[in-house]
Design a binder for this molecule. Structure first.
Ligand SMILES: [Zn+2]
Ligand SMILES: [Zn+2]
Length: 233
């Protein structure tokens, strides 16, 4: 589904209604996150549906190293040869050298998110490991996207801003499934950092907010972030 000019949203039910986003920039394709399934079928189908081929994929940028967002990475890397980017804190998890940190099992938030919580606790199901080619920091550029560091959900969590198109991909900093919320309650490794990051996101004007779980926010999306950031102070 096209959510802005040259920006496409791909989603699947598994992994908590996880979503990934494809940005067209001239002939170059940049993908943010890779959905849950290891065969990357939904992403590949989406690329073909817009008349492009996997070899057009130049950049794969990851918001953070949680299983739901890494599933298709190894397959997409193999088929496209794209450069894989992530924050250096997340890179060894993506490469399969370290497990993601478990989150609190204290009851909070929707029961619908518990399978992902248990998955993090057990380190299961594993993703197919894939080395990260380049580390990213605040202010770096990936294709048309500017990198915004938003630690809290994980230490190396990144957002990606396409200023020209008014699109901000925020990963798990904001969720719209099971409801619009400041991420999933109980999933942030550092709440203080997270709240500061949400305030940071609220300062970026964007018409569309591309979230990690649930459908993207498509109209005056920054208003939602402002409301969530005020609610978290
Ligand atoms: Zn996450
Ligand atoms: Zn997630």
């Amino acid at each position: 589904m096209q959510i802005a000019d040259g920006v496409h949203s791909f989603g699947q039910t598994k992994g908590g209604r996880v979503h990934a986003y494809l940005f067209e920039h001239g002939n170059e394709l940049t993908l943010v996150d890779t959905l849950f399934d290891a065969d990357a079928a939904v992403v590949l189908e989406g690329i073909r549906a817009i008349g492009r081929s996997p070899s057009d994929l130049e950049h794969i940028a990851l918001t953070h190293a949680h299983r739901s967002h890494l599933g298709g990475l190894a397959t997409l890397k193999r088929l496209s040869g794209a450069v894989v980017y992530a924050h250096e804190w997340e890179a060894d998890i993506i490469a399969g050298e370290r497990l993601a940190q478990p989150v609190s099992m204290r009851p909070s938030g929707s029961l619908a998110t518990y399978p992902m919580r248990i998955g993090l606790a057990l380190g299961l199901p594993k993703h197919a490991p894939c080395p990260v080619d380049r580390g990213l920091r605040e202010g770096d550029q990936v294709g048309p996207l500017r990198v915004v560091a938003i630690p809290g959900h994980t230490p190396g969590h990144l957002a990606f801003h396409w200023e020209q198109g008014g699109v901000l991909a925020v990963g798990d900093a904001v969720a719209t499934w099971p409801r619009i919320d400041a991420g999933w309650p109980g999933f942030n490794l550092n709440e203080g950092q997270y709240r500061a990051s949400l305030k940071r996101l609220a300062q970026i004007e964007a018409e569309v907010i591309a979230v990690g779980h649930g459908e993207p926010l498509r109209y005056r999306a920054s208003d939602h972030i402002h409301a969530l950031a005020e609610g978290s102070s």
